[in-house]
Design a protein around this ligand. Structure first.
Ligand SMILES: *[C@@H]1O[C@H](CO)[C@@H](O)[C@H](O)[C@H]1NC(C)=O
Ligand SMILES: *[C@@H]1O[C@H](CO)[C@@H](O)[C@H](O)[C@H]1NC(C)=O
Ligand SMILES: *[C@@H]1O[C@H](CO)[C@@H](O)[C@H](O)[C@H]1NC(C)=O
Ligand SMILES: *[C@@H]1O[C@H](CO)[C@@H](O)[C@H](O)[C@H]1NC(C)=O
Ligand SMILES: *[C@@H]1O[C@H](CO)[C@@H](O)[C@H](O)[C@H]1NC(C)=O
Ligand SMILES: *[C@@H]1O[C@H](CO)[C@@H](O)[C@H](O)[C@H]1NC(C)=O
Length: 425
């Protein structure tokens, strides 16, 4: 009750902070806190203006209620994918779950820190050479030590505070109480975090983020920076973790088309190829070839079902998820041994039912709000057939392994009523 004596503290935000810091606590505790709030507030003129908000807050409280069984054991979830394979979209299935502390591409900071150092170091370090640092960071983040990131973030955080956390707003937990106390109206209004979080949330307090993470039931991390699932073996075997790898794959022809659109500058030669149907001599085929090889090796490892991966690996084709998101989400949560929360289902319903991306979308390149069914196939009308043929020959084993059909004519390619995939389980 003492909390409500001063007018500022009586604000509903304080309550939200209280409620949300006690997320790890049982619902009953949250409920009694909420119930005990009513009395003193009604006496105060200041608080009366907040009645409407309190009602909405009540709804929010119901929203963040966590079923008891998910409290059982802490899961360490890794969304393991390649660049432009639908991982932002898939990550939302975790980001929207109130019991999961979701972090979007934290390994970016490691990569940046090494890429910007001396050129000699750069030459000796490729993706694989960074693996040790990547694994260290993952282990520390799974243990909620966000301060571990401080040695990588540039400019260097001061007093554990940083304004340079990569894509902070893609992590709901870093935009909401107790980490950020702003944006309650926007959250309650159903606005995506990306639309307001960068503007309203102050510099990120990494110590506070660590505490908020510790109070959360589960941690999920998305990464496109680890080449192969085999690189995760030491983490998978680590007795301190209960690692669950969700391996997201996508048709490499679609990955390529998506990269050409998202990174137009880097793909100038490919754009020329796409526009003319003639392959420029200086086109670099290495990245897509490597992507296919990494997918192939990882899937082979996963399907061999080695001891260290047993019960810890789930292969998900993005195209299946796009066509049937609700069913796939259920399958993913079954694999995690967790309940699928209503908020995840609401997000799916709001973002996959033909909701075309609006022009006001904050950053369309990374936007996850779109018609997933249509986008999963759109490469078939946006990619020159000559490129398609080349990728089909470079990646033939990957395509065969994952059950993606080859197209032998341009008519077949463009006719999107013809299925792209063989059914796989
Ligand atoms: C790396 O260097 C570039 C160019 O000097 C700079 O724009 C960028 O902010 C640096 N990145 C980091 C993480 O320091
Ligand atoms: C989902 O869509 C409905 C109707 O457009 C909207 O009222 C609601 O706020 C949305 N919910 C979320 C979580 O985006
Ligand atoms: C960051 O959060 C910690 C833990 O809540 C707190 O002790 C510290 O004062 C905060 N730092 C700043 C600069 O606000
Ligand atoms: C390839 O070219 C076609 C036709 O010129 C265009 O519609 C499409 O957007 C291009 N695709 C990409 C990925 O740039
Ligand atoms: C892939 O192409 C190579 C070389 O053209 C061929 O030897 C191999 O049999 C093909 N593999 C599959 C699975 O189609
Ligand atoms: C597209 O494929 C469907 C199913 O295979 C077929 O029935 C239809 O005739 C095709 N359309 C064209 C224009 O080729």
């Amino acid at each position: 009750m003492r909390l409500c004596r001063s007018s500022m503290e009586c604000s509903w935000k304080t309550l939200l902070l209280l409620v949300c810091t006690s997320l790890g606590v049982q619902y009953t505790a949250i409920r009694s806190l909420r119930d005990s709030f009513g009395g003193p507030c009604q006496d105060s003129a200041h608080c009366q203006g907040h009645q409407g908000k309190e009602q909405r807050l009540k709804n929010l409280c119901d929203d963040i209620r966590v079923p008891a069984e998910t409290n059982a054991a802490r899961k360490h979830i890794l969304l393991f994918a390649q660049t432009r394979s639908g991982s932002s979209f898939t990550g939302q299935l975790f980001n929207q779950h109130p019991a999961i502390f979701y972090v979007f591409e934290p390994l970016y900071h490691v990569q940046q820190a090494f890429t910007n150092s001396s050129s000699r170091l750069q030459r000796t370090l490729d993706g694989r050479a960074l693996l040790g640092a990547y694994r260290d960071l993952l282990l520390n983040l799974y243990n909620c030590d966000f301060n571990f990131l401080e040695s990588y973030i540039r400019p260097e955080p001061q007093d554990h505070m940083t304004g340079a956390f990569f894509r902070r707003s893609s992590s709901h937990a870093l935009c909401t109480p107790p980490v950020c106390l702003e944006g309650s109206d926007e959250i309650l209004g159903g606005q995506p975090d990306e639309a307001w979080c960068p503007k309203k949330c102050q510099a990120l307090n990494l110590t506070l983020a660590s505490q908020a993470c510790q109070a959360q039931n589960h941690v999920a991390i998305k990464t496109v920076r680890i080449p192969e699932v085999g690189d995760l073996r030491t983490l998978s075997e680590d007795p301190r973790l209960d690692l669950r790898i969700v391996h997201l794959v996508r048709d490499p022809r679609a990955i390529l088309a998506s990269r050409m659109t998202a990174f137009a500058g880097k793909f100038r030669a490919w754009k020329i190829w796409n526009a003319t149907g003639r392959q420029p001599r200086y086109v670099d085929l290495t990245p897509i070839t490597r992507t296919c090889r990494d997918i192939e090796y990882s899937v082979e490892t996963g399907l061999q079902n080695p001891m260290w991966l047993r019960g810890r690996y789930l292969l998900v084709r993005y195209e299946d998820l796009a066509v049937n998101p609700e069913e796939k989400a259920k399958e993913i949560y079954r694999f995690l041994g967790m309940d699928l929360h209503q908020r995840v289902l609401t997000w799916i319903a709001n973002n996959t039912n033909g909701a075309a991306p609006s022009s006001s979308d904050w950053n369309y390149k990374y936007s996850t709000k779109r018609d997933s069914k249509a986008t999963a196939q759109s490469w078939r009308v946006h990619l020159n057939f000559d490129i398609v043929k080349t990728v089909q020959s470079l990646c033939n084993r990957t395509l065969a392994l994952l059950g993606y059909k080859l197209f032998h004519s341009i008519d077949e390619l463009r006719n999107v009523t013809k299925s792209l995939m063989e059914p796989r389980t």
